[in-house]
Design a protein around this ligand. Structure first.
Ligand SMILES: Nc1ncnc2c1ncn2[C@@H]1O[C@H](COP(=O)(O)OP(=O)(O)OP(=O)(O)O)[C@@H](O)[C@H]1O
Length: 123
């Protein structure tokens, strides 16, 4: 049980460390809060909120893995090496893919509510 609780503490330390060192983590988190606030404002259905939460979780998880890979590569290969570049660029590619999914999910969820909201203001 104690080891189990320790593993939670180490995981939390990893997340805090990523927030301290990675500006992208902070930017993605601010965007996530704004998106979830917008979901509350537009009263989007529960299943759409779950889709947004999935997108947010994917992006932040990919960013954490990217941070871990960057740290491991910098430790293993502080000098310039094509494999170091491949590892870092591939990890960054994973973040990009999840971010594109998040944009697609955002358009899917907010397109209709935003159109209806604008129509309500104009009419
Ligand atoms: N050891 C290395 N060997 C070869 N290319 C590297 C190496 N380190 C970094 N690079 C190249 O430089 C790019 C930027 O590397 P860096 O470590 O600054 O990552 P970053 O994505 O900018 O990190 P951060 O998210 O902290 O800003 C990498 O994507 C890679 O193409």
């Amino acid at each position: 049980m104690k080891r189990f609780l320790h593993s939670f503490r180490y995981a939390a330390q990893g997340i805090v460390q990523a927030y301290r060192s990675e500006q992208n983590m902070r930017v993605h988190s601010v965007v996530a809060v704004v998106v979830l606030a917008a979901a509350a404002f537009f009263r989007v259905p529960g299943r759409d909120v779950m889709l947004l939460l999935l997108a947010v979780t994917l992006v932040l998880s990919a960013e954490l893995l990217n941070t871990a890979i960057e740290a491991a590569v910098d430790l293993a290969s502080p000098e310039i090496h094509p494999l170091a570049k491949a590892a870092k660029d591939t990890a960054a590619g994973a973040v990009l893919l999840t971010a594109l999914f998040a944009v697609a999910a955002g358009i899917y969820v907010f397109y209709r509510p935003v159109i209806d909201w604008i129509a309500g203001i104009v009419s």
